[in-house]
Design a protein around this ligand. Structure first.
Ligand code: GTP
Ligand code: MG
Length: 277
């Protein structure tokens, strides 16, 4: 059995999980910041890089810096995260991209809010929730339309008190993750965790963060605005669409996991937005 202790014999409180697909430009800096934050806060913690089939040196760089690299064969942002989180030994998870756009040095508020009993602590990059987007860090379409729009739907339909539902930096308990049992394999994973969590009664809050311009040189972001947005709320094959239906169908339909599963179950055998990024 894998032990939930770190090398010193302490219980692991926190697992930092970093999904990674060909991020050799930045993974070294990201893992370095994660370990620096762990040391500064005196945490019993581990760093996991969920490597989603990188063909560059990402995995070797992460391993050399002391991260545990978990290979995840099936492609997709959600797949990478689920693979990494399933392998995590911490009571709490904090996830964030490998592109150096999120600052792992600022994880302390996430840990404090998780310790205070919140099940999900969302990072908020947008000023409406106190966050900061550095110049050039987020496409204007995402900053002024996509993220505020999806977040507003989450507030109106699900009563979730957040302003940046797509934020890739967030903390949650491993127990919550296991209860939610996510199915979305692509970028919609980010929305699924929050919406399904809220339907299950999760205590959800947010904390302001700063989004930096990513440090990539080799390639552009993997996310594709219209494809991923479509999959999140419109694609009838997608699980997230089921949660929206549940929330808008009235209170009776919200009364339990049975209803959620029934709504989502009609949407296709694969249970995800399909393979892909
Ligand atoms: N999109 C995508 N990302 C992956 C995949 N596997 C791992 N990742 C990692 O997941 C993270 C998110 O991808 P990004 O390309 O940074 O997405 P983004 O355009 O920055 O999106 P936001 O961070 O939400 O603004 C990165 O660390 C990727 O390396 C995959 O199959 N698809
Ligand atoms: Mg990113």
């Amino acid at each position: 059995m894998i032990s939930d202790m770190d090398a010193s014999g302490d219980e692991i409180e926190l697992s930092i999980v970093i999904p990674c697909l060909n991020e050799a430009d930045t993974i070294g800096a990201v893992v370095g910041k994660a370990f620096a934050a762990i040391k500064a806060a005196g945490l019993a913690a581990e760093v996991i890089v969920a490597d989603n089939g990188s063909t560059d040196d990402s995995a070797q760089i992460a391993t050399a810096l002391g991260a545990r690299v978990v290979p995840v064969q099936r492609p997709g942002y959600g797949e990478a995260l689920m693979g990494g989180i399933n392998a995590a030994r911490g009571t709490y998870i904090i996830m964030g991209d490998a592109d150096d756009s999120y600052d792992f040095l600022s994880i302390r508020p996430f840990v404090e809010k998780l310790r205070a009993g919140h099940d999900i602590v969302m990072g908020c990059r947008l000023p409406s929730g106190g966050g900061t987007v550095m110049p050039g860090a987020m496409p204007p379409l995402h900053q002024y339309f996509g993220n505020p729009f999806f977040s507003a739907l989450a507030r109106w339909w699900f009563g979730v008190p957040i302003h940046d539902i797509n934020c890739g930096m967030r903390g949650f308990s491993k127990k919550l993750f296991e209860q939610v049992d996510p199915r979305c394999t692509g970028m919609e994973f980010a929305v699924e965790l929050v919406l399904k969590g809220s339907l299950q009664g999760a205590r959800i809050t947010e904390t302001p963060i700063t989004l930096h311009r990513d440090g990539r040189k080799a390639h552009v972001p993997h996310l594709r605005t219209f494809r991923d947005g479509w999959r999140t709320i419109v694609d009838p094959k997608n699980w997230t669409v089921g949660y929206v239906k549940v929330a808008t169908a009235g209170k009776e339909a919200r009364d339990g996991e049975e209803a959620t599963t029934a709504q989502c179950g009609v949407q296709g055998e694969s249970g995800g937005g399909g393979a892909a990024e």
